[in-house]
Write a protein that binds this ligand. Structure first.
Ligand code: FUL
Length: 454
């Protein structure tokens, strides 16, 4: 139910109203994307066939010739690995288009692949729609092939034409990813690109050089410890969540022969997971299709291993069988009771009275339990609130901190040494407004995590 209506209804019934939203707030599309947590990036194109990260727009289009191209395999792997969206490079900096654009000769049309009749973007989009993975495309503004690039307004028109094709011919688009690389000094008519996207695909999120998703600021897959969705942009406070994009092979977005030795270890990927998704950001992990047009077996195996270990760690939430209490419950109402934070419902949360900005929520397992992970999530539909918090266990008559942090936001995973205790609590020590906590979880990590880091 709409928040305003439910708040009014509650007030009419004499029930406790929900906390007032604390702007800025996520849009429906941003919220849905943040809940996805994990996506796959696929860099594929002419570079794939030259062992190069960037080519200059002069490579012969005939060199693009994958032997067994099957984008459905990419999407199947993404889905099996728990990834909820996929972004494919429809055109990288070299200008070579993976779809038969009408606006350039430099595309799959000029390649021998399927006698120039193929369309990689079509196959990715179809498989995504079929398998329920959100489809997105990367379209590089920087274009080293297109002669019109030298004339900004002619190029704007050219770029909008390509956007129009991609937005109009491939069904629902979830993400349009604009890379900022190489564009220093060039003036683009961004607003006209954004207007076209909003008009043709109103639900699509515009990422990186765009208003909906921001770049985390590095290509290491790591979000800072303090991660605010609330950002200042053009002098205004806006909701601008961060995405961590990182290649599974160190330093290589595109496939290179012999690149297996750069494949990140399970330990490295776990570190990335905890410092991106675990800090409340979204992780966009790049797996590059090889010269066959398939994801390499070794990369797929590593990705599946990562998914298996994470799934194992977070399978059993000790909080679910615990007794939950809190320092304060909003209006004493059942709707905002601490137990709401262990139900796993996206619309339910524990909240306190309005004047409270320090509070705790405690789990009592009834007997001693051993754990080393604690997860907390805010109900970010009401805005991001928590500024500082601690995870505490009993110590004599008081409490001791096993881990502490600043922001919580969409998600915060704490890692700490194995701890055995009957009780544990999330202690919010500072908040912009009364806290609204959607979920808390307590876990014991899979032994495979420790084995991976040995
Ligand atoms: C960078 C590009 O230059 C890389 O080639 C890659 O596409 C990465 C995602 O963004 O800015």
């Amino acid at each position: 139910m709409d928040l305003v209506i439910s708040t009014m209804l509650a007030a009419c019934l004499g029930a406790t109203p929900a906390p007032a939203p604390l702007p800025p707030l996520p849009t429906r599309q941003q919220l849905a994307w943040q809940q996805m947590e994990f996506g796959m990036f696929c860099h594929f194109g002419i570079n794939t066939f030259h062992n190069m990260e960037w080519t200059d727009g002069t490579k012969d289009p005939k060199t693009f010739n994958p032997s067994e191209c099957n984008p459905r395999q990419w999407v199947e792997v993404a889905k099996a690995a728990g990834m909820k969206y996929l972004v494919v490079t429809a055109k990288h900096h070299d200008g070579f288009a993976l779809y038969p654009t009408a606006y350039s000769d430099y595309s799959v049309k000029a390649s021998p692949w399927r006698d120039g009749q193929g369309d990689v973007v079509r196959e990715v989009a179809d498989a995504c729609h079929d398998l329920g993975v959100m489809f997105g495309f990367y379209l590089s503004p920087w274009d080293r092939h297109e002669p019109k690039y030298a004339d900004p307004s002619a190029y704007d028109e050219h770029f909008r034409n390509m956007l129009r094709e991609l937005l109009g011919n491939y069904g629902k688009v979830g993400v349009v990813w604009f890379d900022g690389a190489g564009t220093e000094g060039h003036v683009y008519d961004w607003d006209s690109y954004y207007a076209l996207i909003r008009e043709m695909q109103p639900d699509a999120l515009i990422a990186i050089c765009g208003p909906d998703i921001r770049w985390v600021g590095n290509e290491d897959g790591i979000a800072p410890d303090t991660l605010w969705n609330v950002q200042e942009r053009d002098g205004q406070q806006v909701w601008w969540p961060a995405e961590c994009d990182v290649p599974i092979r160190r330093g290589q977005w595109f496939y290179h022969t012999g690149g297996e030795r750069r494949l990140r270890s399970l330990a490295e990927l776990l570190e990335i997971f905890y410092r991106s998704i675990g800090h409340g950001a979204v992780l966009l992990l790049n797996i590059s299709p090889d010269r066959r047009g398939l994801l390499p077996e070794a990369d797929v195996a590593r990705l599946m291993e990562l998914n298996a270990v994470i799934t194992e760690t977070f399978r059993h939430n000790l909080a679910q069988s615990a007794n939950v209490t809190a320092s304060n419950t909003r209006g004493g109402a059942a709707a905002f009771a601490p137990v709401r934070a262990i139900e796993g419902r996206p619309d339910a949360y524990w909240a306190t009275d309005d004047d409270i900005t320090e509070a705790w929520i405690e789990l009592d397992f009834g007997e001693a339990r051993t754990f080393d992970r604690f997860v907390a999530r805010e109900h970010i539909a009401l805005g991001q609130r928590v500024i500082a918090h601690r995870i505490e266990v009993p110590d004599g008559d008081g409490w001791k901190t096993v881990s502490d942090g600043t922001t919580i936001g969409y998600n915060r995973i704490h890692r700490f040494p194995e701890t055995t205790a009957r009780r544990v609590r999330l202690h919010i020590t500072q908040s912009r407004a009364c806290p609204a906590i959607q979920a808390i979880g307590v876990y014991k990590s899979s032994p495979r995590e420790a084995a991976a880091t040995e």
